[in-house]
Design a protein around this ligand. Structure first.
Ligand SMILES: Nc1ncnc2c1ncn2[C@@H]1O[C@H](COP(=O)(O)OP(=O)(O)O)[C@@H](O)[C@H]1O
Ligand SMILES: [Mg+2]
Length: 366
C-alpha cells in the first residue's frame, strides 16, 4: 500500500532520514518510534509531499507520489498532529467541514458526514457549534481525528497525536482510536515516542534511530527478538509484562455465568430469572445497553437474597483495554471479574481474573 524504497533526506549536511525501506500494509497500523530528532516527522511529511526527498522513492498503491498531484494526494491522506491546529475562529462543524467544502460537497452531505464523524469519535452532536477554545485537550484531539477523516482518505498519518494529553485521557483516546480503526480500517502511520503506546496500538513497529531504520517487525517479534541493545533499552526491563499488554480485553470477553436484565425490572423478577438460569450475577442495563447496576444473588442461612451493588458502574473495563490495564483495574477494584463496555459505553460482557492469569502463564514463554 505505502512503500518507502531507499528513501533519503538531507537538510544541509544533516542526514535526517538515511536510506529507509518500509513496506506498509493496507488497513494496518504502523508505528514509527525513536528518540527526538531521529527523523519520524520527516518520514511522515515526505509521505504527503510536505517535504521532498532527495533519493529513493515513495509509492502509494504502486505509483510514485511524485506522479500524483499533491492536492489529490493530500485529499487521500488524513494528517493529525500534536498541536492539532484547529482554526480557533471556526466552530467544530466548520473545522471538520473544511476539506469537504473545498471539494464542493453539497451542504446536506457535509452535515450528514460531520454528524457521522462526531458519532465515530464519540462527541455529542452539540459539539458541532462549539469553538476549539471551549474544548478539552482530548476533545480537540477527537475533533482533529474527525477532521482528518472527513473526506474518507485511505491513509491516516498521525504525528504524536496524543503526545500533549494527560496520561489518563491518553489511554482513553488510545482505546477509542483502536475501536475507530476497527470500524474504518485505514492504513495508519502513527508516530510516538512512548513504547507502551507503540505496543498497544501497533500492528508493526518501525524503530528509528538517527535517521536509520533499526528494526521493523510485528510487535510480538520486537518483544521477542530485539535486534540490538538500542531496541532492548527502548523496550525496558519489563518485557514479560509488556507482552501481556499485547492481548486485549476483547480477546477474553466471556458471556458465561451471568445474565443481563432491564434496569426497570422489579427485583422480584430479577431474582426469579437468576434462580431459573442458575447464575449469581445479573447486570442491569438501560434501553441503550448502558450499565446501570449489578445484582448479586447470595445465600444467607439457606435463603436467597438479592443485593444491588451499585447504581452507576464505577468499575468497568473497555473492550480495547489491554490485559495489563484490565489487570490493574481489577486489583484496584478488588474484583475478580468486571463488566466490559465498548466506546459507546454499551455493555458487551465480562472479563475474569482467572482468564488473565491463564494468558499470563502462556506469555511466560516470551
Ligand atoms: N526543515 C528543516 N530544516 C532543517 N533541519 C530539519 C528540518 N526538519 C527537520 N530537521 C532536522 O532533521 C532531523 C529529524 O527531524 P524530525 O523528523 O523532526 O525528527 P523527529 O520527528 O523524530 O523528532 C532533526 O535533526 C531536525 O533538526
Ligand atoms: Mg517529530
Amino acid at each position: 500500500m505505502i512503500e518507502l524504497a531507499e528513501v533519503t533526506k538531507t537538510f544541509g549536511n544533516k542526514v535526517a532520514v538515511n536510506n529507509i525501506n518500509l513496506n506498509i500494509k493496507k488497513g494496518s497500523i504502523t508505528i514509527l518510534i525513536g528518540p527526538s530528532g531521529c527523523g519520524k516527522t520527516t518520514i511522515l511529511r515526505m509521505i504527503n509531499r510536505l517535504t521532498p526527498y532527495d533519493k529513493g522513492d515513495i509509492l502509494i498503491n504502486g505509483t510514485s507520489i511524485n506522479n500524483i498531484d499533491p492536492v489529490e494526494l493530500r485529499r487521500n491522506i488524513g494528517y493529525v498532529i500534536q498541536e492539532i491546529g484547529l482554526f480557533p475562529h471556526l466552530t467544530v462543524f466548520e473545522n471538520i467541514a473544511i476539506v469537504p467544502r473545498l471539494l464542493k460537497w453539497e451542504q446536506k452531505k457535509i452535515e450528514k458526514r460531520v454528524k457521522e464523524l462526531l458519532d465515530l469519535v464519540t462527541l455529542d452532536h452539540s459539539f458541532a457549534q462549539k469553538y476549539p477554545l471551549q474544548l478539552s485537550g482530548g476533545e480537540k484531539q477527537r475533533v482533529g481525528i474527525a477532521r482528518a477523516l472527513a473526506a474518507e482518505p485511505e491513509i491516516l498519518l498521525m504525528d504524536e497525536p496524543f503526545g500533549a494529553i494527560d496520561p489518563i485521557n491518553r489511554l482513553k483516546l488510545q482505546d477509542s482510536f483502536l475501536e475507530i480503526q476497527e470500524e474504518i480500517e485505514k492504513t495508519v502511520v502513527f508516530v510516538t515516542h512512548d513504547i507502551n503506546e507503540a505496543i498497544k496500538l501497533g500492528n508493526k513497529i518501525a524503530i528509528v534511530n538517527n535517521g536509520n531504520l533499526v528494526q521493523y517487525d510485528e510487535v510480538v517479534k520486537i518483544l521477542n527478538k530485539p535486534v540490538n541493545e538500542f531496541v532492548e533499552n527502548l523496550l525496558g526491563k519489563d518485557r514479560n509484562l509488556k507482552a501481556l499488554s499485547l492481548k486485549k480485553t476483547k480477546d477474553l470477553i466471556t458471556k458465561d455465568g451471568f445474565i443481563t436484565v432491564s434496569n426497570i425490572e422489579s427485583h422480584e423478577k430479577v431474582k426469579e430469572k437468576m434462580i431459573k438460569k442458575d447464575v449469581f450475577i445479573a447486570f442491569a442495563l438501560n434501553e441503550n445497553d448502558h450499565l446501570k447496576g449489578r445484582f448479586l444473588l447470595e445465600k444467607e442461612q439457606g435463603i436467597e437474597k438479592l443485593r444491588l451493588i451499585y447504581n452507576s458502574a464505577p468499575w468497568i473495563i473497555e473492550r480495547q483495554n489491554n490485559l495489563n490495564e484490565a489487570l490493574s483495574k481489577m486489583l484496584e477494584a478488588g474484583e475478580k471479574e468486571l463488566p466490559v463496555v465498548d466506546r459507546r459505553k454499551k455493555f458487551v460482557g465480562v472479563i475474569k481474573l482467572s482468564n488473565i492469569f491463564e494468558e499470563f502463564k502462556k506469555n511466560k514463554t516470551f
